[in-house]
Design a protein around this ligand. Structure first.
Ligand SMILES: [Zn+2]
Length: 131
C-alpha cells in the first residue's frame, strides 16, 4: 500500500468518482481507460458507493513532514459496495480499533491545510459504521 498514491488520487476522491465498464459492469478506482476484467474501452464515470469494508490497512506513524501532525493515522484499502477498491484514510477510529472486514462509510472531511492562511483541501475519508 502506497501513501504517495493516496495523495495523487486527491482530485478523484474529492468527488468520489470512479468509472464503470459499460460491457461488464466492473467498477474501478482510480479511473482507467481500459477495463481490467474484459478489456473494453467503453467506460463511463460513476459516483462510487459510499459504503464498504476494510480489506487491508496500515497505520502510518512516520508520514511525510507536512502530515506529521495527523500521525498516527490509518490508511486502508476499502472494497466498496460496487466492487471498486479505494485507498483512503480512516477517521474517527483508533489505530488499535481498525480491523479487516470492518464496515466503513464515506464522510466529507478536511484533507490538508497549506500554511496558516493557505488552501484547505476537502475530500472523502472513511469512518467506521456505527450500528
Ligand atoms: Zn469490462
Amino acid at each position: 500500500m502506497s501513501v504517495p498514491r493516496y495523495w495523487r488520487e486527491i482530485k478523484y476522491r474529492y468527488r468520489l468518482l470512479g468509472c464503470m465498464c459499460k460491457e461488464c459492469g466492473s467498477v474501478f478506482f482510480p479511473r482507467r481507460h481500459i477495463c481490467l476484467k474484459c478489456g473494453s474501452r467503453d467506460l463511463e464515470e460513476v459516483k462510487l458507493s459510499e459504503r464498504g469494508r476494510v480489506v487491508s490497512y496500515t497505520v502510518v506513524r512516520n508520514p511525510p513532514k507536512e502530515y506529521e501532525k495527523y500521525a498516527p493515522y490509518i490508511v486502508a484499502l476499502i472494497e466498496l459496495g460496487d466492487g471498486a477498491r479505494i485507498l483512503s484514510q480512516v477517521v474517527d477510529c483508533e489505530p488499535e480499533e481498525v480491523h479487516l472486514g470492518m464496515e466503513v462509510e464515506a464522510t466529507f472531511r478536511r484533507v490538508r491545510e497549506d500554511g496558516p492562511s493557505g488552501i484547505i483541501e476537502y475530500g472523502y475519508k472513511f469512518r467506521p459504521v456505527i450500528s
